[in-house]
Design a protein around this ligand. Structure first.
Ligand code: GTP
Ligand code: MG
Length: 314
């Protein structure tokens, strides 16, 4: 049986193997995945993002527990955008979700983000597709919210949960970084710590501002959680379900998916073009010459790009 068929039959080793191939950008496997693209299911996709150490993995583990009680098969990809190598943090994710290690209906995988262009998004989309093929629903994507990655995760998921904690500076950081703009649901985790009420007020205030934006109204629910004791997790799972109901009632899911596919195309096109410039027989010499001219300051970066486009007839 080929690998795709084995994934479809929910063979755990095949799923693990496929995710390694995705992580390595293995072209034959990606081509096989693409060949069956039209038949890949569309499970619910939930993104979990937030500052380092906010409790995303612990919270994900509690969410899994809740969803298992509902009989759902849960697939999780934890992507580390900061490290191109598997390191201690990734192992941490695995450890934090070990209570589900023997459950065949839960699959948790940590992976390093691949590539600079489109960063996080490229490999994670494929990983989600592998989990979708293996009939996991929902598929949860955890990522550390630093820099561009939270915008990427918003594009990966139907529902994005932003996890914050009362730790000093978190709220300021989140409000500044525009992280609130991508939140469909906000979890204030470590609510057992001091300052969670205050943080909740700050966040609600920031979210109220969003209510004045045009478009259908979704005011992100703010849920206080203690991931280590599962407190508030039922409410959090409910809030995620409510957002899904909202998307369905608005008929918005097809558009969310369509926009996601186009964003994916854009990322892949960017990556492919850059690769062509660096390795293509025709483009590489030209690109190298322009790079050295830009280094010397004899031509501006913009002028160099214009010359590239003209010479390559783009
Ligand atoms: N007091 C308290 N500690 C928590 C809570 N949730 C998580 N923690 C602890 O916070 C630490 C970090 O938790 P993780 O789940 O690894 O956090 P994370 O956001 O996944 O971390 P990264 O993936 O490294 O960014 C662990 O020691 C958890 O036990 C909580 O609600 N209350
Ligand atoms: Mg984590």
């Amino acid at each position: 049986m080929d690998l795709i068929a084995r994934i479809r039959s929910r063979d755990v080793r095949a799923i693990a193997r496929a995710l390694t191939l995705v992580e390595n950008g293995d072209e034959p496997f990606l081509a096989a995945l693409d060949a069956g693209y039209a038949h890949i299911p569309h499970p619910e996709r939930v993104g979990i993002t937030g500052p380092p150490g906010a409790g995303k993995s612990t919270l994900t583990s509690s969410i899994i527990k809740n969803l298992r009680r509902q009989g759902r098969r849960v697939g999780v990809v934890a992507v580390d955008p900061s490290s191109p190598f598997s390191g201690g943090a990734l192992l941490g994710d695995r450890l934090r979700m070990t209570e589900h290690a023997l459950d065949e209906d839960v699959f948790v995988r940590s992976m390093a983000a691949r590539g600079r262009f489109g960063g996080l998004a490229i490999g994670s989309h494929d990983a989600c597709d592998v989990l979708a093929l293996a009939a996991f629903d929902p598929v949860i994507v955890e990522t550390v919210g630093v820099g561009q990655s939270e915008v990427d995760i918003a594009r990966l998921a139907d529902t994005t949960v932003v996890v914050l904690t009362p730790a000093a500076g978190d709220s300021v950081q989140a409000l500044k970084a525009g992280i609130m703009e991508i939140a469909d649901v906000v979890a204030i985790n470590k609510a057992d710590r001091e300052g969670s009420e205050h943080l909740e007020e700050d966040i609600k205030e920031a979210l109220e501002l969003r209510a004045h934006q045009p478009g259908p109204l979704w005011l992100p629910p703010v849920v206080r959680t203690v991931a280590t004791t599962d407190e508030g997790v039922d409410e959090l799972v409910n809030a995620i379900a409510q957002h899904r109901t909202f998307l369905l009632s608005q008929g918005a899911l097809p558009e969310v998916r369509a926009a996601r596919s186009v964003a994916r195309l854009t990322d892949l096109a960017g990556e492919a073009l850059l690769r062509a410039l660096r390795t293509g027989t025709r483009a590489k010499p030209l690109f190298e010459r322009l790079c050295s001219q830009v280094r010397q300051g004899t031509i501006s970066p913009r002028a160099a790009v214009n010359e590239l486009l003209t010479s390559l007839k783009l």
